[in-house]
Design a binder for this molecule. Structure first.
Ligand code: ZN
Length: 324
């Protein structure tokens, strides 16, 4: 509700919210800094604690704590409200028409997070993990890169993950719904990802929502993704977007590449602003998400016929969302 939002903006201190991200200096009644929204050498960005408002005399950027979080931290409107509410320690009253994450959604996030931790540990500890580490090393990956992306290893066998995570029938149902197990027939489910390098896919807030997995031998398919689930929608998510945001303060442009390994390899080579679609053509939703993050998007696909087709489809989807 608007009344709640107004109250929230009054409760939080815009100076604190901004200072955490762009260190401010006190100057008279206001605070100043070099503007984070344009290049400058002398500060013309001011924050008023009394008006709870920021204004840049150089580029005209202005707004409240909410618009700052949206424009600087690239949060969506609702995410910005959630961030401020967390700070203020208040519950958000939801209007009836609003989407409310159910308890079930929370349990999906929870098992996905546990699965990511499990896979990551297996990469370091499992006796068969040398195949995965050999593969990553052959591609020049450092431990730091593996950690940044939370890379892991799904061990061989049909029930490594399910044994680790499931205590009862209800857990198993949640694991199936999260896309981690495949339901064979009632009561008999098995691990979806086996003997593969796994790439956790995170949403904008850093929550694990699914996995991509690459085979280590000749198994088919070479790349395997989580299926669509209540928390994972391929047509909306971009692999690497969260990681790009954590690695860069300003995202001047984004490279859109074909797959996880492209994103990870580029990061290893010092290009920390690449993202990939998840086995689908780039959609209009993807484009909107890209342009909310950066004004400049560069597609970089393979030169083979499949890559060229994907590039053309991306272009067709991109044109309707281009402005100016
Ligand atoms: Zn400015």
């Amino acid at each position: 509700p608007q009344s709640f939002i107004d109250d929230l903006v009054n409760r939080v201190d815009i100076v604190e919210v901004i200072d955490e991200r762009v260190p401010l200096k006190k100057g008279g009644r206001d605070y100043t800094a070099c503007c984070p929204f344009h290049e400058e050498k002398t500060p013309s960005f001011t924050v008023s604690p009394t008006k709870q408002f920021y204004y840049c005399f150089g580029c005209g950027a202005h707004g409240t704590a909410i618009s700052f979080l949206m424009d600087y931290a690239h949060l969506e409107f609702v995410e910005a409200i959630e961030e401020l509410a967390r700070r203020a320690g208040v519950e958000i009253p939801r209007e009836v028409s609003d989407f409310r994450p159910s308890d079930n959604t929370q349990s999906l996030y929870s098992v996905l997070e546990k699965a990511a931790a499990f896979f990551s540990r297996q990469l370091r500890e499992h006796t068969a993990a040398s195949r995965a580490t050999d593969y990553l090393k052959a591609r020049g990956m450092s431990g730091e890169t593996a950690k940044h992306f939370g890379l892991g290893y799904a061990p061989p066998g049909w029930d490594s993950l399910s044994n680790h995570l499931s205590q009862g029938q209800q857990d198993q149902a949640t694991l199936i719904q999260a896309g981690l197990l495949i339901d064979k027939d009632q009561g008999r489910a098995y691990d979806r990802f086996r003997d593969r390098v796994v790439f956790p896919i995170r949403n904008r807030r850093g929550q694990v929502i699914g996995f991509g997995a690459r085979a280590l031998g000749d198994e088919n398919p070479k790349y395997l993704n989580s299926p669509e689930t209540p928390v994972f929608h391929k047509g909306q998510e971009l692999y690497g977007l969260y990681e790009t945001r954590t690695a860069n303060r300003n995202i001047e442009c984004l490279f859109v590449v074909e797959g996880y390994m492209d994103v990870v390899s580029l990061y290893q080579a010092g290009v920390t602003n690449a993202v990939a679609t998840l086995g689908t053509a780039a959609t209009e939703d993807h484009m909107q998400r890209l342009f909310r993050t950066t004004p400049r998007v560069i597609f970089c696909f393979d030169g083979d016929p499949a890559g060229r087709r994907a590039a053309w489809r991306a272009l067709e989807n991109l044109l309707p969302v281009m402005k100016d």
